[in-house]
Design a protein around this ligand. Structure first.
Ligand code: ADP
Ligand code: ZN
Length: 605
């Protein structure tokens, strides 16, 4: 019944419409086709799916893909079906009719890929049914869910350990974007992959512009960012520190005229699913969310991701911003943070009941994150170093590279600030300290007699903003602590001593200047210069109708990038259309004539 096994490169071209493999994809795919197991570490958007989808089509039998989220399964299945691949998802929300259809194609051996949740897969009846079948492979997506060190621990993932014993001859491929060594070891151990190779993909995502800034007027900062970062279509995500903040942010964004939704773990499963769907399918939609919004964001045209508080680690940050620009087009990431975030995160770690070893790891991760936001050198280099990448040149696509900060000798300013903190009794937050330094006779200053201190008014030479910058940078360096339980009172630490004594010069970033000139806006999203904008719009309109008629996200029909390429090349024949990246055989059969008609219709004008 089956012919010779298809060639992976040919499968990539014919089914997925891609010209060639990226990074280590080919190596991984050939390894799995030859029957090997392994662990794949690649950043979000790095192209993990093809690492199991291509072997699934090249090996005989059924490929079983473990996925933690229904929304994720559904979108992947929709995309595969568009590509002419028999795929299905087995989960608890499946309508009975579809479940019956799925069982039938499974029985008849037509199904190539079965997406399934870990709890479904490890049910005795599922395992028994699979033992009757020829299996191409097991893929465990979002494999960090198996590790309690990961930030998405799912106890059900632990049960996947049975796969190695019950299906010893079936290759198992685990995939994750988490590269933290502890989590990696845990995955290998839990999924019995200790003898299998680890494939570490390139972690750089050069199309994402990185930017971090102290949080001031948060809304004004976000508005300015959106005005610059979001010229065209696509979607955006604002990560917020709490459920309430996510709701509030969605609200003001809506008042600003955006199609904004909220997402957080406090919502019921149904509301979450609806939000997920609307995000997956909407045009110019914003999600204001907690980090609960993560897995299953598959749309390739997320144009920007903003954070309104400090992420817990570089791994978390990179995973979250990695959701932007999967289509390879320019995308933006903005991180707003404050001294309070840093202090709060430190306190949380110290107060957590975790074991010392675990605390040590979390501390190191947090400090790496602080170093990135307070950097005076290329942020991407610092970030990639956290993932064990070799040190490369400055990236040219982060705010530091685009507009290097000025450093100034802050030794005297820091001494003034620290002495104001000490003389006021280590009981006051930054607001009051700045009032004292600037010599403002507020009610509180008068009430505590702080106008009689020698430090009163010694800082009138610098604006508030500069003082806040000095305080924040001292917190980041660990010279100042913030008493979280005492309304943010500043406390000098041991590390403040050499600064007070003037033993080491202190260079800090200048923040007293008016806002730095904004880096030049990123090039607008497609169409590229050589694409015909009218044709691009016409193709998008056609795609929208198709997507609505079929109830699938627009990008599973064609990516923006593919439409832009069609609008540039103006193919006049099916052969010419087939040569456009992103147009595989199935899509050519399905949509070729319609697309050519749109092109021809526009050409006549
Ligand atoms: P991940 O699962 O690692 O986050 P995906 O598998 O979703 O990433 O891939 C990200 C994007 O890159 C997708 O839009 C996919 O179509 C595209 N892609 C992956 N591999 C290739 C390739 N070899 N050529 C062209 N596009 C690719
Ligand atoms: Zn840089």
């Amino acid at each position: 019944m089956r012919g010779p096994e298809p060639d992976p490169a040919e499968t990539l071209r014919r089914v997925f419409g891609h010209e060639g493999f990226r990074g280590r994809q080919e190596e991984i795919i050939r390894h799995v086709i030859a029957g090997g197991s392994g662990l794949v570490l690649m950043p979000t958007g790095g192209g993990k799916s093809l690492c199991y989808q291509v072997p699934a089509l090249c090996r005989p039998g059924l490929a079983v893909v473990v996925s933690p989220l229904i929304a994720l399964m559904e979108d992947q299945v929709a995309a595969l079906r568009q590509q002419g691949v028999e795929a299905g998802a087995l989960h608890s929300d499946l309508p009975p009719q579809e479940a019956a259809g799925l069982r039938r194609s499974l029985r008849e051996g037509r199904l190539k890929l079965l997406y399934v949740s870990p709890e479904r897969l490890t049910l005795p009846q599922t395992l028994e049914a699979l033992e009757q079948r020829q299996l191409a492979l097991f893929a465990v997506d979002e494999a960090h869910c198996v590790s309690q060190w990961g930030h998405h621990f799912r106890p059900e993932y632990r049960d996947l350990a049975v796969l190695a014993g019950r299906f010893p001859s079936v290759p198992r491929l685990a995939l994750t974007a988490t590269a933290d060594p502890r989590t990696v070891e845990d995955i290998r151990l839990q999924l019995a992959l200790t003898d299998a190779p680890v494939f570490r993909g390139g972690f750089d995502r050069p199309n994402i512009r990185l930017e971090a800034a102290p949080r001031g007027e948060e809304r004004a900062q976000l508005r300015a960012f959106l005005a610059e970062a979001w010229a065209g279509e696509g979607a955006g995500i604002v990560y917020c520190g709490s459920r309430r903040r996510a709701e509030e942010t969605a609200e003001w964004l809506r008042a600003d005229g955006h199609d904004a939704l909220a997402f957080h773990a406090g919502m019921d499963a149904d509301a979450k699913r609806r939000a997920h769907r609307r995000f997956a399918r909407g045009d110019r939609v914003v999600m204001a969310a907690t980090i609960a919004f993560g897995m299953g964001i598959d749309r390739p045209d997320v144009r920007w991701v903003a954070h309104t508080s400090l992420p817990a680690s570089p791994e978390c940050w990179y995973q979250e911003i990695g959701r932007a620009g999967r289509d390879g087009l320019p995308a933006r990431a903005l991180l707003l943070y404050g001294a309070g975030d840093i202090a709060l995160a430190r306190h949380r770690i110290e107060q957590s009941p975790a074991a010392d070893e675990q605390k040590r790891i979390e501390r190191a991760r947090l400090e790496a994150m602080v170093a990135i936001v307070e950097a005076a050198t290329c942020r991407r280099r610092l970030l990639l170093r956290c993932f064990g990448e070799e040190d490369g040149p400055d990236c040219g696509n982060c705010d530091i590279c685009l507009s290097p900060p000025r450093l100034f000798d802050a030794t005297v300013a820091a001494q003034k600030l620290l002495s104001a903190v000490v003389r006021t009794g280590r009981r006051f937050g930054i607001g009051h300290i700045v009032d004292v330094l600037r010599g403002r006779l507020t009610d509180r200053v008068a009430q505590f007699g702080h106008d009689r201190l020698p430090t009163f008014g010694i800082g009138s030479d610098l604006p508030d903003r500069a003082w806040r910058g000095v305080a924040r940078q001292l917190v980041a360096r660990g010279a100042l602590d913030v008493a979280v339980e005492n309304r943010g009172a500043l406390l000098p630490t041991e590390a403040a001593r050499p600064i007070l004594k003037g033993e080491e010069p202190l260079l800090l970033r200048e923040e007293s200047l008016p806002a730095r000139p904004a880096p030049r806006a990123s090039p607008p999203t497609p169409p590229p210069a050589d694409a015909d904008p009218a044709l691009f719009d016409a193709l998008r309109a056609w795609r929208k109708e198709q997507a609505q008629a079929q109830g699938v996200p627009a990008y599973v029909i064609f990516h923006d990038r593919t439409l832009a390429e069609i609008a540039a090349r103006r193919p006049a024949s099916l052969d010419a259309l087939a040569a456009v990246p992103g147009v595989g055989q199935s899509k050519l059969d399905r949509y070729g004539a319609a697309v050519l008609a749109v092109v021809a219709g526009q050409a006549r004008r």
